[in-house]
Design a protein around this ligand. Structure first.
Ligand SMILES: Nc1ncnc2c1ncn2[C@@H]1O[C@H](COP(=O)(O)OP(=O)(O)OP(=O)(O)O)[C@@H](O)[C@H]1O
Ligand code: SF4
Ligand SMILES: [Mg+2]
Length: 350
């Protein structure tokens, strides 16, 4: 296996967002649960980062932490979330007041969020038009009439038929697919540079799912946004992602460009995910038939390599007590002794 190059074409200097060593704890009566244990990732303008892993790996907590939308019991204990990293305007979102002026301007303004269930972001009490107009005007200086005109254009862009009339519909008058299109329009209202989509098609039927994914890909490309696409579905990853971060128990355990991840997966967990989806259909949310068991609760994190109790390639006497080094942000690699040894060998012989 070859050494770990930086992903090509990432070196255009246009990181949109960099997450560094992000740790999130939930404080409960029964103790503290470490949901994120040092997450590193980069979002790049014009690229799609797919984030994949079984249920409970920390995908949604990562998205919510970036946007400072964690439940009250959740806390960023350490780490940074740089917007415009490396530029004079760089800001650490992790250090901001979640309800402060700057964070409210970033959320929905510079970073748009698309939920699995669009009603999470929409109100039943207002027309879709009024909700998108409000989002547009909250983040930009527009008259109501100008905003309404732009919303019609936006609804057209997201594939809503007859947008001039649909703008006055209430969400409950729309099908699930149209509601998700409205959810995407809402996320795009303020023309964000970054989009975070958390399982945006999981609740939809297969045909609608394919249409919404195609729409997201088209919008992402034409607008040049950085898209972080969270999914448990390797098929969605194959179709959508440029790069992939595989999560396990609150850490990124493998990072690779999508083609490389599918042809030469480095982490035993990634291999198990791929084996369990013969036709690249959905990864089971609860169980991986090929390795059995489920993701341990973060409150009961195994010692050593967190994957060792389920790993078919476990090194007896080592993996139970020693944790492999994490991977560097945006560098192709996996946090596993086997992969690290192969990388070291390849570098030594290069
Ligand atoms: N509000 C909360 N209070 C306590 N623990 C939480 C809370 N939200 C998340 N967690 C913990 O964080 C872990 C990661 O949760 P998260 O929702 O990020 O998983 P996920 O990867 O998005 O899973 P899914 O695929 O089911 O959406 C969970 O296992 C849970 O233990
Ligand atoms: S470090 Fe050991 S337990 Fe962890 S994934 Fe690699 S082989 Fe498996
Ligand atoms: Mg989730």
């Amino acid at each position: 296996m070859r050494p770990t190059p930086m992903v090509e074409s990432m070196n255009d200097g246009r990181h949109a967002l960099s997450v560094r060593n992000l740790v999130v704890d939930f404080v409960q009566d029964t103790g503290t649960i470490r949901a994120l244990d040092g997450v590193n990732l980069d979002l790049h303008a014009g690229r799609v980062l797919g984030v994949v892993g079984e249920s409970g790996c920390g995908k949604s907590v990562t998205a919510r932490a970036i946007l400072r939308l964690l439940d009250r019991t959740g806390e960023i204990t350490s780490g940074r979330v740089f917007l415009d990293p490396g530029s004079p305007e760089q800001q650490d979102l992790a250090a901001l007041d979640p309800e402060g002026r700057v964070m409210r301007a970033v959320r929905g303004g510079r970073i748009g969020l698309i939920f699995q269930e669009p009603m999470t972001a929409l109100s039943v009490h207002y027309t879709v038009g009024n909700q998108i107009i409000e989002a547009m005007r909250a983040h930009g200086d527009l008259s109501k009439a100008a905003a309404r005109e732009r919303v019609v254009t936006l609804l057209h862009e997201v594939g809503i038929p007859r947008p001039e009339t649909r703008i006055d519909s209430y969400p409950f008058q729309l099908s699930g697919g149209l509601r998700q299109r409205v959810g995407i329009a809402l996320a795009l209202a303020a023309d964000p540079e970054i989009l975070i989509a958390d399982e945006p098609t999981t609740a939809l039927d297969v045909t609608t799912q394919a249409q919404i994914l195609a729409l997201l890909r088209r919008l992402q490309r034409t607008k040049g946004v950085a898209l972080m696409l969270i999914t448990h579905d390797m098929g969605v990853i194959a179709q959508m992602a440029d790069d992939v971060a595989v999560m396990y128990l609150g850490r990124i355990v493998e990072f690779a460009p999508v083609a490389e991840l599918f042809t030469a997966p480095r982490h035993p967990y990634t291999r198990a995910l791929l084996r369990s989806v013969p036709n690249l259909r959905a990864v089971p949310r609860e169980r991986l038939a090929t390795i059995g068991g489920a993701v341990p609760h973060p409150g009961a994190r195994p010692l050593g390599c967190p994957f060792h109790p389920r790993c078919p390639e476990v090194i007896a006497g080592r993996c139970e007590s020693e944790a492999p080094a994490g991977i560097s942000p945006s560098e192709v690699g996996a946090s596993c002794f086997h992969a690290l040894a192969e990388t070291a060998h390849a570098e030594a012989t290069a």
